[in-house]
Design a protein around this ligand. Structure first.
Ligand code: AMP
Ligand code: GLY
Length: 445
């Protein structure tokens, strides 16, 4: 079987790397891919947002399974297009992807099914949004642009002045384009943030071991938000009771709501959660695998990923047993270009990639890289993610940073504190369960 992976980031390299190991897979095509994906499959120069080109590619190459990485093409309806041509697709159609594509839609969905999340209100006029903020007495508040904004649409604001400036920027100046036509103003939630990725065909639910991402660019969680500066998994910040709450009060009611609204959802449902004092609450839905979260997932997944992807695409997930996990901890450290998440330099040659992978527990996934005749060059803000497996968080951290330090280019930087805050917390047993039928919750809406 030929498998098409759509996208060009670390997520797509990690997926292609794992998929290429499957005995069922004859070839992995990556559109458009990066310098790392070219080493595990064949890059095809079709952009991830070129729906016509990708549909033609799938037909011409006889692709048996398509795995769509990024949210953009999912929200634009690529999965619907490919399914319409008879291709098995891992990834929801446009209607399901709206859970990520519109924060207003997601908030209304959460409220409709009484799924715990921050209190929030929607505004389509900046004047009303600013008056609402000026009437608030508790700070900070959170201002979110409605549409897709590549992580740049959320502003945690300390006072009304900062909030009104964010609203002006998003709604009046349209700094994020049409994504800022509406905003959501949310209550600020305090707690530990966690990523829970579940694979679902709309009926069965396979919850993967939770992952802790580090969203802010600066050490100690300071500075602007990014796509994610590093991860570790399994997460030792939550217990089995909280995991059950997440399943029963968040994931299962979400599937129930989707079914009730006749939305067929086949792919990854990735929920960003805050573990608050009053229980886990949804920060956001994502309609795809997290990046770099999925890099830790594929490093720890034992056995073949392809049967899960295909069964999800075909609505047959309930037939599979849950996978086995490597009991070790995975740490992933993102190596970024100076300036990220603002404007950054590109085109610097990267040295030391082979040396970094001399440790058999280390795999370096590429994100913003391009293959040049003279070698691998930087081509994005997040350039690489160095992943390492170790017995516990401290050992995995040491291996990841030792490998990171062997990689060189002008202006490389990382956060040195990935997993550090939790390194002293004892490891917890793997949390993930098998594929369970997504039964409607007792008393669900
Ligand atoms: P989102 O894209 O909605 O996940 O927001 C990006 C980041 O902003 C999240 O990963 C959180 O770190 C932070 N954030 C979003 N919503 C809230 C909230 N209601 N309270 C506190 N932090 C938030
Ligand atoms: N790492 C967070 C995300 O993929 O959205």
């Amino acid at each position: 079987m030929k498998v098409l992976v759509v996208g060009s980031g670390g997520r797509e390299h990690a997926l292609a790397w794992k998929i290429a190991q499957s005995p069922e897979v004859e070839e992995v095509l990556i559109a458009p891919g990066n310098a790392g994906t070219a080493r595990v499959g064949r890059n095809v120069p079709v952009a991830a947002d070129d729906l016509d080109g990708l549909t033609r590619l799938a037909r011409d190459e006889g692709v048996g399974l398509a795995v769509i990485g990024p949210e953009g093409p999912l929200c634009a309806g690529l999965a619907d297009r490919l399914r319409g041509r008879g291709v098995d697709v891992f990834g929801p159609g446009a209607e399901g992807a709206r859970l990520e594509g519109s924060k207003v839609h997601a908030k209304e969905f959460l409220q409709r099914y009484r799924i715990p999340s921050a209190a929030g209100r929607r505004f389509d006029r900046s004047g009303a949004a600013k008056s609402y903020l000026e009437s608030q007495t508790t700070w900070p508040q959170v201002v979110k642009a409605d549409g897709l904004a590549a992580g740049k649409g959320v502003f945690v604001v300390p006072d009304a002045r900062a909030g009104c400036a964010a609203i002006d920027q998003v709604m009046e100046e349209r700094s994020l384009g049409e994504a800022g036509a509406q905003v959501l103003i949310e209550e600020f939630l305090a707690g530990e943030e966690i990523s829970v990725l579940a694979v679902t065909d709309g009926e069965a639910l396979l919850i993967l071991d939770p992952v802790v991402d580090h969203k802010q660019v600066g050490e100690g969680d300071t500075g602007p938000n990014t796509g994610g500066m590093g991860v570790y998994s399994p997460a030792n910040v939550l217990n089995r009771r909280q995991m059950r709450q997440i399943e029963q009060h968040i994931l299962v009611p979400t599937l129930h709501g989707l079914r009730r609204e006749e939305v067929e959802y086949r792919g990854c449902l990735f929920v960003g959660l805050m573990l608050t004092e009053s229980g886990p609450r949804v920060l956001e839905y994502n309609c795809r695998f997290g990046d770099p979260e999925v890099q830790a997932v594929v490093r720890r997944l034992r056995g073949d990923l392809v049967p899960y992807l295909r069964a999800t695409a075909r609505g047959e997930l309930a037939q599979l047993e849950g996978p086995a996990w490597d009991p070790r901890t995975c740490v992933g450290v993102v190596a970024a270009s100076e300036g990220y998440p603002g404007s950054y330099r590109k085109g610097d040659l990267v040295d030391g990639l082979d040396e970094a992978e001399e440790d058999p527990d280390v795999v370096v996934f590429h994100a913003g890289t391009v293959a040049r005749p003279e070698g691998v060059a930087t081509d994005g803000g997040r350039v690489l993610c160095v992943t390492a497996l170790g017995d516990g968080l401290t050992a995995a951290r040491e291996k990841a940073y030792a490998a990171y330090d062997r990689i060189r280019w002008q202006g490389k930087f990382c956060r040195r504190d990935i997993g550090l805050r939790h390194a002293a917390t004892p490891a917890r047993p793997a949390q993930a369960g098998g594929a369970t039928p997504g039964a409607p919750p007792a008393g669900g809406a």
